[in-house]
Design a protein around this ligand. Structure first.
Ligand code: GLV
Length: 318
């Protein structure tokens, strides 16, 4: 199956048909890159890269000569934590600026929904009740963003543009800080940034350091009656601590887009809790044409021996 100028890859996902969803059938447009579904692979030893979204536990077993595994999304936690991937396999991810824009729109929508009490407005509408509520200045609302990667930074920009008081927890000082935004860096950045927050938005990557970061200790540092927007990964949230914070009123509610188990099981209590706003991991997505272009780019870099420009820092975890 191989020729010197051709590279072979495989599509690995337990939950999606990646080839049709992201139009990853390059055909005549890219004769040098051949991307196959597992059932189309006849010579597994010739597979040099994989494009992945939630690959199954045994997904990598058939491919002994894999050199690169690429996430079709921004998160690489499912690859970095995969027991079946050797350390010598480079990990890459798609970097799509439109994904960050989508994330910013989702986050601002949820903050404004909370700030302007739109749930109450909806109830009022159903009761044909005209009942304006007092309106405060956006700057009266302290909004904390956990993480200042491409997603976090886009959210911070959008929140600042609308006039909220924005606080950010980040690993190191940003190169391009936004006027009026307060940045907290270093080991205590999260605890510093969430103090007295009215809204916390989680965009952190999932690493050993950030797992369970949304816990009782963090909730207790917020202003009473705060709101959580959880758009990181399900494993960031200690679910029992969320329920306890809702019961005590420390949290008024939460927007949850990501879960420890996805799809969220039908019998999960979250579904029936009207203090929660639940969406099915749709806060953002990568655009298919960007995914196709960047998978192609990475495959060609691998084929030519060039540095992988979309690789992640494995030690750092993102
Ligand atoms: C979405 O969760 C992504 O990782 O792109």
């Amino acid at each position: 199956m191989a020729t010197a100028a051709r590279i072979y890859g495989v599509l690995l996902s337990e939950t999606m048909d990646l080839k049709s969803y992201y139009a990853l059938d390059f055909g005549v447009d890219a004769p040098d890159v051949c991307l196959l579904n597992p059932d189309e692979v006849t010579h597994p030893e010739e597979i040099r890269f994989a494009a992945c979204w939630l690959p199954g536990p045994d997904a990598f077993v058939p491919y002994p000569n894999l050199e690169m595994a690429m996430s079709v999304g921004a998160g690489v936690d499912a690859l970095l934590n995969h027991a079946g991937l050797n350390d010598n396999v480079a990990i890459c991810r798609v970097r799509d600026p439109k994904q960050a824009d989508l994330m910013a729109g989702y986050a601002v929508h949820e903050v404004v929904h909370f700030e302007r009490e739109f749930t109450q407005m909806q109830r009022n509408q159903l009761a044909a009740t005209w009942a304006p509520l007092p309106i405060g200045a956006p700057s009266d609302l302290n909004v904390t963003v956990l993480g200042n990667g491409s997603m976090g930074a886009a959210i911070v920009r959008a929140l600042a543009a609308v006039g909220f008081s924005v606080f950010v927890a980040c690993r190191r000082s940003p190169h391009d800080p936004i006027d009026g935004v307060t940045y907290f860096t270093g080991d205590s950045s999260v605890t510093g940034a969430v103090a007295e927050a009215n809204v916390v938005i989680n965009t952190l990557p999932l690493t050993a350091h950030t797992e369970n970061v949304l816990n009782a200790d963090l909730f207790n540092r917020l202003a009473p009656g705060a709101w959580l927007v959880q758009i990181g990964r399900g494993e960031h949230l200690v679910e029992d601590d969320l329920i306890a914070a809702l019961e005590s009123g420390q949290l008024a509610g939460a927007t949850l887009d990501v879960f420890r188990q996805e799809p969220l099981p039908v019998d999960h209590a979250f579904w029936r809790d009207d203090r929660l706003r639940i969406t099915p991991h749709i806060a953002s997505d990568t655009m298919p044409h960007i995914v196709a272009a960047q998978v192609l780019q990475s495959a060609r870099e691998l084929l030519s021996g060039a540095p992988l420009s979309l690789s992640v820092n494995v030690a750092q975890g993102y």
